[in-house]
Design a protein around this ligand. Structure first.
Ligand code: SF4
Length: 453
């Protein structure tokens, strides 16, 4: 089975499950994990499907999963109505749900998805069979399977941000028990694994009954369901540090509202990867309110500045990342400058910047119908300005790390050349990294200094 993954680490995680599932074991063709974060993202996998239809042999199929293929985690019954340009390929396509463990294909509408509102209490803890997860990382990157592993800790979401299609596509919030997550990570370490990447849809909401707070719930949910408990994310991180011997625990996108004092304290730990990526979206309170985010500009500026200035046990300088949307309806030039100026002030090293997508293809989002849409020209200008600024921020950060002692987990070696990332997300190669200790072999962690930059 060939694999093509579009989009996020959650897609990579579920692709791993599908590829190792009984359902696909004896099937051949192409597995495609689709992404709907923007209309552009939709166009990419739709084009891939059309191109691939000419390459697969008679009897083979394209198995499409990922957010383009399901709703509430279940195979989308109106898939070809949503994507009429794929109607001609119906015979070559099978539409799959999110999780093979709860697999229903397009054809069996026997059990429609359960109604909202979100499930409660222990129902949020979902069991996942680790024996079904093994090989993807190697297949995806062609590197040894032992270096890095994506570990899903949480899934789904209840927050209903007005620009988001993911919340409509993936099921309600759930999380895995800390014992199960620790067992999966330790099993990976016992097989020689070096780095675990914690992933999820709203991962820092781990352990909570829901992902929203009272000020901001969607109409389907009644007040009696709502208790705001504060974060449990630090509790999970501490448990994993205490109950596994993993050397590198990397964290994917963080929901800022769940990062508290305890989290900041634990982020200093040398086994926690010193790169923190915030799902910020904007630093303007006016824009954040329109998005129905659970924090304002002041909060997100404060939490990111404090993270940046943490003094780590290993003395490594922290690098920051952020997801941002530019040109959200109603975003004025002044609002945009709040985002621009904060990026300049704090210095972001990894930026996922998107122009706001009104989602005119397939399903839409509430903000797509807002009256005060920003022009494509303004979106383009803002994207360009932010990209130029980010290039400068990145160059400044890399220059600031020159001659500092850093570590690299080797994932790729060809002859004497290697390429991978330092802990604080700088690309290291034999050309810019002077090795001090460790052997340049796959799956080895080497220590050295950056130079030549
Ligand atoms: S927090 Fe908001 S943006 Fe993130 S998955 Fe949930 S609804 Fe979407």
């Amino acid at each position: 089975m060939q694999i093509k993954v579009f989009g996020c680490k959650v897609n990579k995680y579920y692709t791993d499950k599908w590829i190792n599932s009984d359902y696909l074991r004896d099937k051949s063709g192409v597995f495609i994990a689709s992404c709907v974060v923007t209309d552009n993202a939709k166009r990419k996998w739709i084009k891939f499907v059309k191109d691939t239809s000419k390459e697969i042999s008679q009897g083979e199929k394209m198995y499409i999963s990922g957010c383009g293929a399901f709703k509430d985690g279940r195979a989308q019954e109106d898939f070809f109505e949503l994507y009429p340009e794929l109607e001609n390929y119906k015979g070559q396509i099978e539409v799959l749900g999110e999780d093979p463990q709860e697999h229903t294909t397009q054809n069996s509408s026997s059990n429609p998805p359960p109604n909202l509102p979100p499930i409660k209490g222990e129902e949020h803890e979902k069991k996942i069979d680790p024996s079904k997860l093994s090989s993807l990382t190697s297949k995806l990157k062609g590197s040894s399977m032992y270096t890095k592993k994506f570990v899903l800790i949480q899934g789904g979401c209840d927050s209903f941000c007005t620009f988001c299609l993911t919340v409509i596509k993936r099921w309600r919030h759930f999380y895995r028990s800390k014992e199960e997550i620790a067992a999966e990570i330790q099993e990976f370490v016992n097989r020689g694994g070096k780095e675990a990447v914690l992933t999820g849809v709203n991962l820092s909401a781990w352990g909570l009954k829901n992902t929203y707070d009272p000020k901001n719930f969607s109409p389907e949910i009644t007040t009696k369901d709502i208790q705001w408990e504060g974060s449990r994310f630090a509790e999970l991180l501490q448990y994993l540090l205490d109950n596994t011997t993993i050397g590198r625990l990397r964290i994917s996108s963080l929901g800022p509202e769940f990062i508290d004092e305890k989290c900041l304290e634990i982020f200093k730990n040398a086994r926690i990867y010193p790169h923190f990526h915030f799902s910020a979206q904007s630093w303007s309170s006016a824009v954040l309110a329109g998005m129905k985010r659970h924090y304002n500009g002041e909060y997100i500026r404060d939490i990111m500045l404090r993270t940046k200035n943490l003094v780590r046990e290993d003395g490594v300088d922290i690098s920051l990342g952020a997801d941002i949307i530019l040109g959200f309806p109603g975003e004025t030039q002044e609002n945009f400058m709040e985002t621009y100026n904060f990026i300049k002030k704090v210095g972001i090293q990894k930026l996922h910047a998107f122009p706001f997508s009104p989602h005119e293809m397939g399903e839409s989002v509430p903000a797509g119908k807002f009256s005060d849409q920003v022009s494509d020209k303004d979106k383009k200008d803002r994207m360009q300005r932010i990209t130029e600024l980010w290039d400068q921020m990145r160059a400044d950060f890399i220059a600031s790390q020159k001659w500092k002692t850093l570590q690299v987990l080797i994932e790729q070696v060809e002859w004497d050349s290697f390429k991978w990332w330092t802990q604080n997300y700088i690309e290291a190669t034999e050309k810019n990294f002077q090795v001090i200790s460790g052997s340049v072999k796959k799956n080895e962690v080497i220590t050295g200094r950056l130079h030549n930059r």
